[in-house]
Design a protein around this ligand. Structure first.
Ligand code: C2E
Ligand code: CA
Ligand code: CA
Length: 566
């Protein structure tokens, strides 16, 4: 009898421990400790095994598709002796079955009562804990299993306060041209790469930080500043293999980074988020590289962008965008053989050069409206020159790549040209090279369409970006504009790489039957290089900068430049 009482006391002592260990909320439960107690109680009642099943809903239970957890197992041949089922208000179901070895005597009524009590207490805890996990999963992870933005904000909130993010950095990054990976290797492979990318980044970040997906191929993270260098190297370039035939895919990212200064006060997560997004916006333009560190000047630049975008419509209406013309010159005769229309923003008497506003307008479709305005102005000028009986030359107009997705682009161009009654031979459209297959197809369609209308087309900035010989071979261009970065400087010898490339590009262009013009000719000896290589057209400061229309008209009337000054 004493042993019975003693055993009972022992049980209640353990049970009390179990009850208190499983009651604690708002703190990570001591799973190891709980398992320990359950082990002891199981041994006390000669149990050989305990199995718990968790079903998110009754349907899962019906099909027995739940999760199984085995908390205790002596690995002996056993029979089930008792099962408890627990249903939560959310209709999730947890069941627990305990087993005894086949040769053990069955539980007495009193023993069964105690076992049952233990099982119910444990089950309530397990189901609450599992529900918490599930709630967390839903709240902080997206459908593909990546941590989400809420998790990121949660992390910042946790860290909030002055100085708690000393020595840390936050990053907003996006994988470049990821759609090409999807197009080329398929979505499944794309997803796999995305996941591996995430895993590898998370590994670099380690335990002291967090990584979340904003959506698609955009991510945000927080890490210790001392792993930042490694992370940046990874973001700049990383390689992934996919499939059985092991394709090596190169991934690079654009990133905006904020290195949190010591003592920085975070009053809301926007203090971090806003800064990395600003830095990322700067990285996106690619103007100053693909990895940009936050600084106050970035905020200033962003504000400037916003201002320009806000002013644009009004300025366009007020006629603040003027068209300047830069002469194109025949290198043999010095005659003006054409002109390029270049836009200037004239506001309150000061002139803003295009590089300060075109990239900003390119972030939205505003650039398209500007380009059409320029084309319209050019057409009106040509019409007037014709009506005034002046000598007229072909004028080229720049079209942003943004137009390529406009399926009505051709119609839009022709409408402007026709409305101004301009003979098609006086119009040339300059387009830059393209990077993706999709754009390539659009480009091909547009150029062929213009060709049919006898409107000239030129490849602008050839050699600057992703030069592809395929681009010139497949698309029927009329003119190739060699970028000034290909033009050797005065101190370069004929055997410099650039000189060699320059000679070959000019020769190739001519051989393919295209007109060749070299941009950025600044010195007599550069002009000489053009002549030696039989390149017949030049454009550059040696002759003139882009000129206001009245100045350009004077040049047209007077005729020729001196091309023999060397
Ligand atoms: P781009 O199409 O390559 O135009 C040539 C640029 O080179 C012009 O700059 C011109 O002033 C400059 N340039 C000409 N000769 C020389 C030279 O000898 N030396 C040097 N260093 N530069 C020379 P600009 O007018 O500032 O235009 C810059 C860019 O802005 C243009 O580059 C073009 O990409 C864009 N842009 C200008 N107007 C328009 C427009 O109406 N629409 C679009 N979409 N883009 C435009
Ligand atoms: Ca151009
Ligand atoms: Ca150019």
């Amino acid at each position: 009898m004493t042993t019975d009482i003693q055993k009972s006391l022992e049980f209640f002592e353990l049970f009390e421990k179990l009850a208190s260990a499983t009651q604690i909320v708002n703190r990570k439960p001591d799973i190891k400790g709980i398992e320990d107690i359950l082990g002891k109680i199981s041994a006390m009642f000669r149990l050989s095994k305990g199995v718990t099943r968790f079903y998110k809903n009754p349907a899962e239970e019906e099909q027995d598709e739940g999760e199984t957890m085995i908390s205790y197992d002596l690995h002996v041949e056993s029979r089930p002796v008792h099962t408890v089922r627990f249903v939560t208000r959310l209709m999730s179901i947890t069941t627990m079955t305990v087993y005894m070895a086949v040769d053990e005597p069955p539980l007495t009524e009193d023993e069964l009562f105690k076992v049952d009590l233990t099982m119910r207490t444990t089950l309530a805890f397990i189901s609450r804990n599992r529900l918490q996990d599930i709630a967390e999963q839903l709240a902080f992870y997206d459908d593909s299993g990546f941590r989400n933005i809420r998790s990121f904000f949660n992390y910042i909130t946790w860290k909030k306060g002055s100085g708690t993010m000393d020595g840390m950095a936050a990053v907003n990054y996006n994988i470049r041209h990821f759609s090409i990976v999807n197009d080329e290797y398929g979505r499944t492979a794309g997803d796999t790469i995305l996941k591996s990318h995430y895993d590898r980044a998370a590994e670099i970040i380690g335990d002291n930080g967090t990584l979340s997906r904003l959506g698609g191929d955009s991510f945000v993270c927080i890490c210790k500043a001392d792993v930042l260098e490694k992370l940046v190297a990874f973001l700049k370039e990383s390689f992934f293999t996919i499939g059985t035939d092991i394709k090596n895919v190169r991934i690079s990212c654009r990133a905006g980074i904020f290195v949190v200064p010591d003592g920085f006060i975070i009053s809301s997560h926007n203090d971090i988020m806003g800064r990395i997004m600003h830095a990322y916006a700067a990285a996106k333009t690619g103007e100053h590289g693909h990895i940009i560190y936050y600084s106050d000047s970035i905020t200033a630049a962003i504000n400037k962008s916003k201002r320009i975008q806000q002013q644009f419509t009004e300025s366009l209406k007020n006629g603040e965008f003027a068209v300047y013309y830069q002469p194109k010159v025949n290198t043999l005769t010095g005659e003006i053989c054409g002109g390029e229309a270049l836009c200037r923003w004239i506001r309150n008497g000061s002139i803003t050069p295009p590089m300060e506003f075109i990239p900003i307008l390119e972030e939205t479709n505003d650039i398209c409206r500007l380009d059409f305005h320029v084309l319209d102005t050019v057409c009106r000028d040509i019409r007037r020159w014709l009506d005034e009986g002046r000598r007229v030359v072909r004028i080229s107009v720049n079209l942003s790549r943004r137009h390529m997705v406009n399926s009505l682009l051709l119609e839009n161009i022709m409408e402007i040209v026709e409305r101004n009654r301009v003979p098609h031979k006086y119009i040339e459209i300059e387009l830059t090279e393209t990077t993706t297959d999709v754009e390539f197809k659009d480009l091909q369609r547009v150029v062929c369409g213009l060709q049919k209308q006898d409107i000239y087309t030129s490849v602008d900035d050839f050699g600057m970006g992703y030069s592809s010989l395929n681009l010139i071979r497949v698309i029927p261009w009329n003119v190739l504009k060699v970028d000034r970065s290909f033009l050797p400087t005065d101190d370069e010898g004929a055997d410099s790489i650039r000189s060699i490339m320059f000679r070959h590009v000019v020769a190739m262009t001519k051989e393919m039957g295209l007109e060749c013009i070299v941009e950025g000719v600044e010195t007599p000896s550069q002009l000489k290089k053009l002549k030696i290589n039989s390149c017949e057209q030049a454009q550059g400061f040696l002759f003139d900068k882009p000129l206001p229309v009245k100045e350009f008209e004077k040049r047209l009337d007077s005729g020729r430049y001196n091309v023999d000054f060397f």
